[in-house]
Ligand binder design. Structure first.
Ligand code: SAM
Length: 233
């Protein structure tokens, strides 16, 4: 997968993409991340990327020209037959879910546009963007953190990202349930013991216990998931 990110703050991505499993995935070629500074696509003397809003009001709005030019430059570098979603991070977009991540993981190329300030000139949304994603009903100061969240959920679904891909199958939100409780050594920590069933070696019973725990957890913590009919079991 090849991901392009358009941002005014490329340095924000240095931490999250340069450690742990993500670093491994870039080293092994599972994913390539290409971060482009929107400012590099300006042609005015001061490399201005924003201006005051027409009609008045607080804050600044990101100008359309450098964003169009950046996306068009990237697209010209990609084989023309490829389908390339151009994704705007915005609190007005469809809210990110595990299904959205699975859907996006099917693409090979993706372009993310990170807004700042009051947001982006509407013509970008109308004539350039093909998808709009929000990471939740709250407002961040910029799209960079949102892009990191979306990209992380998508990339961890790619073959070769996780050491044991089987762990994806039982994860929260994958099959309409939250995951069962997990334990590791020691079997007794302070006065708290690991449930006996998990030490029994009886895999059928363990699977049944986990399934029950998943259902109990979902019912108590996220009854909305059950109401939405997400419970598949
Ligand atoms: N004025 C905009 C509005 O009310 O819809 C909010 C602009 S916000 C301060 C600046 C940028 O942060 C946005 O352009 C977007 O890229 C990003 N952003 C803020 N909240 C977000 C969210 N919940 N999900 C995704 N991106 C978000």
């Amino acid at each position: 997968m090849q991901i392009f990110i358009l941002t005014l703050f490329p340095e924000m991505f240095e931490g999250p993409f340069k450690c742990g499993l993500f670093q491994k995935a870039t080293d092994s070629g599972v994913v390539k991340v290409d971060i482009r500074n929107i400012r590099d696509y300006t042609h005015n003397k001061h490399h201005t990327t924003d201006d005051s809003p027409y009609g008045g009001g607080a804050g600044m709005v990101m100008k359309p020209e450098p964003i169009f030019e950046a996306v068009e430059t990237i697209k010209a570098e990609i084989p023309p037959k490829e389908k390339v979603p151009v994704i705007l991070l915005t609190p007005q977009g469809r809210v990110l879910s595990q299904e959205t991540a699975a859907e996006l993981s099917q693409f090979y190329y993706m372009i993310f546009i990170c807004g700042q300030y009051e947001g982006i000139d509407e013509r970008v949304r109308e004539y350039l963007v093909t998808d709009e994603i929000s990471i939740g009903d709250y407002v961040l100061s910029g799209g960079e953190l949102a892009a990191m969240v979306v990209i992380n959920t998508v990339v961890r679904l790619l073959p070769g990202f996780l050491g044991s891909p089987a762990s994806l199958l039982s994860e929260s939100h994958t099959d309409g349930l939250l995951e069962y409780p997990q334990y590791t050594r020691p079997p007794k920590f302070r006065d708290w013991e690991v449930p006996e069933i998990l030490l029994s070696g009886n895999h059928a019973q363990i699977a049944q216990w986990r399934q029950e725990q998943s259902i109990i957890r979902t019912k108590t913590r996220r009854p909305d998931m059950i109401k939405k009919g997400k419970l598949l079991h």
